[in-house]
Ligand binder design. Sequence first.
Ligand code: ADP
Ligand code: TZD
Length: 601
Amino acid sequence: MDHVATKPGATTATASDTPKTAAAGEVNRQPQETDGFQLVIDALKLNGIDTIFTLPGIPITDLTRRSQAEGIRVLAFRHEQNAGYAASIAGFLTQKPGICLTVSAPGFLNGLNALAHATVNCFPMILISGSSEREIVDLQQGDYEEMDQLAIAKPVAKAAYRVLHADDIGVGIARAIRAAVSGRPGGVYLDLPAKLFAQSIDVEAGKRTLIKAVDPAPKQIPAPDAVKRALDLLKAAKRPLIILGKGAAYAQADADIKLLVEKSGIPYLPMSMAKGLLPDTHEQCASAARSFVLPGADVVMLIGARLNWLLSHGKGKTWGAKTAKDWGGQKFIQVDISPQEADSNVRIDAPVVGDIGSCVSALLAGMNATEGGSWAKPPADWLSAVTEKKQGNVAKMAETLSKNPTPMNFHSALNVVRDIIKANPDAILVNEGANALDFTRSIVDMYKPRKRIDVGTWGIMGVGMGYCVAAAVTTKQQVIAVEGDSAFGFSGMEVETICRYNLPVCVVILNNNGVYKGTDVDPTGRDPAPTVFVKGARYEKLMEAFGGVGVVAATPSELRGAMEEAIRSKKPTLINAVIDENAGTESGRITSLNPAAKKKP
Ligand code: ADP
Ligand code: TZD
């Protein structure tokens, strides 16, 4: 097939247009043509993609315009990284790949962080970047924004593809979608050189090249013997524990997961983004007894959670072992879609490989078949020990939360957020920071699945405002972001985006004047210390600058009033919650990972 660039003034037609039949006697009828821009749009729409997160420029500006004209929701950001994070979390929330569209080299690199983040967190996302002329790039002759983007994307992407010909666009997009959502989801890179967009081909021929991916994330049914092995281990356990991870939240198998947990009677721990799969107030929730159940358990069933650093690699003191490298003695069942995940850190005695929906329903069926369906609950002494520990910790926390210190601290501020989320359980909670993250995770209960989105596997700062935009747009719910003042700074300019699209987002900055806290000083007396910011910064004015509501809250009651009003009005709101600059510890709860902290004085 001949690929000719569209001539100036040449008309293009959509693939959905029907070619007109030649009028009687007409000779040399001009064929109806479509172009690369249109085929990309048609291919995305055919596959149910309805939203693009982007920042326009050469060569994709017309793609953003024409996508919008064709009814795709096009959300334009102020920095590609934020568009990328938005796409990644849209993928998590919807199970459809989130699309981030950028310009070449610098725009692509700005989006790359989010692509890596999607891959690391197992979120389906496609980073589509325009790129420069291949001939010039490959001879390194210095094109506008020259870069071999495909090569750079590969190491951080689950898959990476380039499309050179308009009649391959259909295949390119179908492959990208399949790679993003099938098996373990991840970030996919799709390279679209500038020349591709202008290529024109016959409308009908173009239409025939498009592919609607059939069943792009096929179910993966676990093997019956793997399910039996897992159930046998669970049945024999004296002190069993279930850990739910964000893979379980992603799977949208909420009802069956709840059934499994409740039928088993086993205490469970939700990982951060699995909070709310069952309400955190559930009697089997062992979050408040975490440091008791991890070392205490004898059999642990992981559902969509990896034994990475967030679970201390399944060994060491957290798990009751004598030293950091030792095994705590637990046996593990791991339910995961990735067959390579088992044994990544410690031995997995019963891997159950498949999609969580299929695995959980197979486990439930197995439990129902056992002993006539009367699956025995775990031994009472284990359950009562967990409950006792939990009640003690909950009482201690209640006492701390009831205090009302001046200035406000993390606890007194988050006690308000806790009440607000309880009253608005459908709201999405976005959370980043160090102390702002750790305290929110432990203080603010979640009641429904996929309502808490945060820094994820890397503990990354900068996801905040991108997540807010994506959460508001894809779920249409109120969004509440609890942000450290440092964390907010990474994406703060996107408050303009939030105002521009008039999204129901309430940002609460827990402002303690710095990274972790605001009290460090430069020992030489020359500069501010690296961890401190301008004291008394007026972040709320940033929101006011773009027409949103800005509020300073110095007390819990001011914070409560401002949050309630934000939810009532649905207006973009930024609350500068001023807290004690002494509040907070270095690196929050992961001080131990800080090399300086281990140095002997
Ligand atoms: P957390 O940080 O909450 O502990 P992780 O990101 O470490 O969770 O683990 C998520 C796990 O879930 C990954 O190992 C991934 O392969 C798995 N996963 C993601 N989606 C599915 C699914 N639909 N079915 C089964 N496993 C899944
Ligand atoms: N850069 C990126 C992209 N991610 C990171 N995690 C960091 C830097 C290091 N870092 C943390 O791990 S937390 C944090 C940084 C800079 C900010 C902590 O300060 P905060 O929160 O104001 O956001 P608290 O509540 O004051 O601790």
